[in-house]
Design a protein around this ligand. Sequence first.
Ligand code: FAD
Length: 574
Amino acid sequence: MEQQFDAIVVGAGLAGLRAAIEIGQNARVAVISKVFATRSHSGAAQGGIGAALGNEEEDNWEWHMFDTIKGSDYLGDQDAIETLAKDAPRTIYELEHLGVPFNRTAEGKIAQRAFGGHTSNFGKAAVKRACYAADRTGRVILDTLWEQCLQREIQFFDEFQILSLIVQDGRCCGVIAYELATGKLHTLRSKAVLLATGGAGKIFKTTSNAFASTGDGMALAYQAGAPLEDMEFVQFHPTGIYKLGILISEAARGEGGILRNKDGERFMERYAPTIKDLAPRDMIARCILEEVRAGRGIDGKDYVHLDLTHLGDDVIGTKLSEIIGFAKTYAGVDAKKEPIPVLPTCHYMMGGIAADSDGRVVVDDQNTPFPGLYAAGECACVSVHGANRLGCNALLDTLVFGRRSGMEISRFITKTDLPEPTVNFTANIEKKIADLMASDGQEKVGAIAAEMQEMMMDKVSVFRTADGLKGALAKIGELKDRYRNISVQDKGNCFNRDLLDALELGNMLDLAEVIAMGALYREESRGAHSREDFPQRDDEQFLKHTMVRRTEDGPQIFDKPVTITRFEPKERTY
Ligand SMILES: Cc1cc2nc3c(=O)[nH]c(=O)nc-3n(C[C@H](O)[C@H](O)[C@H](O)COP(=O)(O)OP(=O)(O)OC[C@H]3O[C@@H](n4cnc5c(N)ncnc54)[C@H](O)[C@@H]3O)c2cc1C
């Protein structure tokens, strides 16, 4: 079946919905989501959204800008970061006016709390900058934006999974979507396509991410010739529930929670004397693993404790109730009385589809746009997070750049027509699916996925070495070969998870390869990328973005300069 729109937004998380609201004012826009819209991963965001409102203590956007640059280990583009920090207060008031029920201060202002790496006076002390709704911040924003979309009668294709971009004469003009309930393919044509498909945490064994976070948008853009930027920077959040990786929000430490080793010591005092447990995530994740390596994990095992027992019923009841429930359900721990066992968990992709701050996907180091193709949210690399994202900046990124992409797409679609189709766009995908369904290959999708996830955790997570990364690339090569010989057991057309798992695995293998390649190429330690064989940051050689493009001869790496406007790189201490 074929349909036409002015614009298509792929992804119904915060980035996609915010963009759709913008475009939907004057144009026909469709939002496509492989999960029901309000089940998008944005709804799982707990802790908060950053903005220098100064409601609890003095704050200003320049401090926010500086913290984000320092947090990024000076790899973030400073013009884009300025846009992010400056536009943050407006973004929060807009949400307030749309109906988001933020927590309030006693005098009725939007309440704010501390978050890792956010400081006053350029690093002097922690500052309360994260606006929040208990520990369900993403949930309430997602629901509010979704209601706004319904009110504007924006068309949703829920449980439709895009399998390919339509690219004609170098221009993106639609997508091929697979309808989960029927197995039918749909050709959805449009003047512009925004990818807002979220993260890819499922590449790693232990992750806080939802099942849908398989990086499809990044992989499809890459397969269509767009470069991926800074993919080696993968964030491990310090506090995942031990063994499961389910997130205990940084809000827990923002409200005063403390990390302790087996001796009960508050070890972050040693590593980050000024802001201690509120140091940025890359640092804390490494410190936890250093404690474990030194034999100071709890009972000599590979985890530490997050202690909330001193916070009191009021703070826990009004600000952290959700995570208290998680600790009970998943770790069997009553966090009001006993500490929660935690270990770093794969959480966020700093890298993604190279895009400018108006959401245009760019194809080279000169920022030449890929006509018709846009990206925003976690799947994009604008780059505001550089080598390490600060907590509560991701939700902000989705909304600031979701809106800006929407504005740019609105401009673009008024001055262009939809090209006439020249070929049968679905033929390739139809064949790919038919071949998979008919295959009697011996390899199992689940087994390849498990081996990939385990290997990525082992060799490409917090600490990396050249040997480990070479081994990782060899393993990915082997898994890609085996992937050519998979079969799917379910031959049906109705919610065929087996088939979708197979297609998603293909995407994840491509991304795993790009992550490992970038990590091997970058012979330095910066932000979340920690090379044990190159422990120092090397600005001389590596103060630049890693770009990876797919070519006929395999993935090809090139560089792009970092934009520095106001803050020269300095040593990063907290
Ligand atoms: C547990 C958790 C807690 C977090 N807490 C915070 C926090 O407190 N503060 C903060 O700033 N950040 C937080 N983050 C990070 C932040 O939530 C995410 O980066 C952000 O929500 C991503 O939003 P998004 O719009 O880019 O994508 P998502 O919300 O991930 O949505 C992706 C969308 O793309 C769709 N999609 C994907 N592939 C396809 C396909 N092939 N076809 C069709 N549709 C597709 C999905 O269906 C979904 O609708 C948290 C993340 C996690 C995992």
